[in-house]
Every structure is written in C-alpha cells, then in structure tokens.
Write a protein that binds this ligand. Structure first.
Ligand code: BTN
Length: 333
C-alpha cells in the first residue's frame, strides 16, 4: 500500500487525524504527509485540514480506482481477488485477453474509466465516454466444457440487475437474452469472448465484458444508439456512485460464476424469468438475413432459451444469437 492509500484508510472512518499522528503511522516527514494529502486532493478527495487538530476526509470522489472499488467490496471467492483499474484503454476485453496470454490470475477484473475502442457484439463499437460509465471485463479460466459456459452472458445480465437494485434501489428488467433495460431503454451491453484450444476443444479462457451506462445524458450517445440507450442517473434523476456499483457487480459476478461452476443455476433462471420484459408480449424476431416474423414470447426454458408462439399457434424455443428480438414498434414495446 502506498502512502496515499494508507492515509485514506486512516481517514476513512470520518476521524480527524493529526499530521503528527499520520507521519508517525506512515514513517514519513510532516511535509511528505502534506504532499500526499495534496495529491489526494488533486484526485478529488475533499480533505479538511483544521489547524491544530488535523486532517478529516469529508467526501470521496466518484472515481474508478482500485482503493475506491475495494473500499466498497465485500469478501469474494475468486472474481475481484485481483483488480486492475486504468483511466483509459482501448478495450478492457482486449486487456483481459492480453493478460491471459501472460498467464494473468484467474478472476482478474479490469476496469476502465474510458475506452477508445470499446467492442460491442457483431463487431459494433461500444461508446465508452470518460467518467460516465463502468467498463469492466473479467479473466476466467473455467474448468468446464464450452456448452456449460453458454449461460455466462445471461448470468452477467442478471448480475447487473442485482447490483443496480442493491445500489440504486430499482431493479432493471432484462430484454431477452441479456440486456438490462430501464424504462424501455438499454442500460448496459455485455460481450463475452472465449478462446478454445484447437486440438482438445478445451476452453483456454473466457472473458465476459460489461459496459454500464451510469452518468450519460442523451447527448453523450451517437444518433444511432440514442433512441434505444439510456443511463442510470438519467432515468433515476440522481447521481450514482460508480465505485459502489462496480463493487456490487463484482460481488454478484463472483457468486454467479461459483453457481455456474457448481451447475446450480435455479436461482438465476428464476430471476431471469421474473426480469424478462418480453414475456407475455408480442415480439418481432429478426433473422440475420433481415427476415422479420411476429410471435408471442411465452416463457424461458431450462436453458434460458425464449419460448415463442407463432401465428399458427406452434411453439418453439429460440436460442441467444439465432435471432434478434425487438418490440413491435421499438426496442421493447
Ligand atoms: C453490446 O451491447 O454490443 C456489447 C457491448 C459490450 C461492452 C463492454 S464495455 C467493457 C468490455 N470491453 C469492451 O470492449 N466491450 C465490453
């Protein structure tokens, strides 16, 4: 731990700690303590200095640094044991894949404050403006066959809903198969990338990547996505703490991945059935070649597939990736 982190830990409980006490505890001169406090202030920490009494932390900034995320993080089994926070990167998914090539630790979480080449599904870009979102990927080496990993992206969607509910008090819905939505608009994108060994077919690693829109205003989205995208603070009309939300998400992912490895997903299937905003509605199924078909979404099967009833009354199950699901008039409705 460096001197800034030690000072922060000592000031965390709202205590006033004298400069002399800080320099004793850190084994540093008073002027080195003063410099460290100034550096913390530059990072946005609101630190009071009462003459003759000492320093007091009045407020911590909304920044995605390891100390801020860790401060909000409870105990975890695997995911989050290592956390790497960067201010800017091309893509946190790419960072995890590079880490995997160097034998990075299982469960490493990479979080960025902005991405210059955020990757979305189907080779699309994921807009990742600075200070507005949480852009997070996890490096995992599962000891599972590829088919057992298929629910991972859906689980990540449920984890986002649970983390948002814990931190914001409102639970988003899930547009099938895995898009968290609030008031009919998309809050978050998830892209899971996987590497397999060619000969054995064994999974080398898997990287779920999650981008949550936290503080964007409509003007932050490009015209193509503005119609269907939104952010938490825009919908809830208040500021949301990104480090707290990132920590809650890490805890939820840690629990969900443990359940996936144990093969015990009943709780997540129940949550998905409750959260899915399409069930009971008429939807459009859009095939990769652009063909559109109307059907009624009636439920989820045991493997998170969407059961739909077509115009003839016949029921079938569609799997994630086969078709896109939209509402009759827009993204959901
Ligand atoms: C989508 O909706 O198309 C999926 C978007 C996934 C975006 C996240 S942000 C963190 C991680 N890093 C990336 O480059 N992509 C994912």
């Amino acid at each position: 731990m460096n001197s800034r982190e030690t000072i922060l830990n000592l000031l965390r409980d709202g205590e006033t700690v004298s400069g002399g006490e800080l320099s004793r505890r850190l084994g540093l001169s008073r002027s080195a303590v003063w410099k460290a406090v100034s550096a913390l202030r530059q990072d946005g920490y609101d630190i009071d200095a009462a003459p003759g009494r000492g320093y007091r932390l009045r407020a911590a900034p909304d920044i995605l640094t390891e100390p801020e995320v860790r401060r909000a993080l409870g105990p975890v089994r695997l995911i989050g044991s290592t956390i790497v926070c960067v201010d800017e990167t091309a893509s946190t998914n790419l960072d995890c894949k590079r880490l995997a090539a160097r034998g990075g630790a299982n469960g490493t979480v990479v979080i960025a404050n902005s991405q210059t080449a955020g990757r979305g599904r189907m080779n699309r870009q994921f807009q990742s403006p600075k200070d507005k979102g949480i852009y997070m990927s996890v490096l995992l080496y599962p000891d599972l066959p590829p088919e057992r990993l298929l629910p991972l992206t859906v689980l990540a969607g449920v984890c986002v809903c649970s983390a948002v509910e814990r931190v914001c008090g409102t639970r988003p819905g899930l547009k099938w198969p895995n898009d968290p939505v609030l008031n009919g608009k998309k809050l978050c994108g998830i892209l899971t990338e996987l590497s397999m060994e060619g000969e054995s077919g064994r999974v080398a690693y898997v990287v779920p990547g999650i981008g949550i829109n936290v503080a964007q205003t409509p003007g932050d989205f490009s015209p193509e996505v503005a119609e269907m995208a939104t952010s938490l603070s825009w919908e809830l009309k208040r500021d949301i703490s990104r480090p707290r939300l990132a920590a809650a998400l890490i805890e939820e992912l840690d629990r969900a991945y443990d359940a996936l490895c144990r093969g015990d997903l009943a709780e997540y299937l129940d949550a998905c059935r409750r959260d899915c905003v399409n069930i009971g509605k008429r939807v459009q199924l859009i095939s990769p070649d652009g063909r559109r078909e109307e059907a009624d979404a009636v439920g989820l099967d045991e493997a998170f597939g969407l059961t739909v009833r077509d115009a003839s009354g016949a029921e079938r199950v569609i799997r994630a990736g086969e078709v896109s699901v939209r509402g009759l008039y827009g993204y959901i409705e």
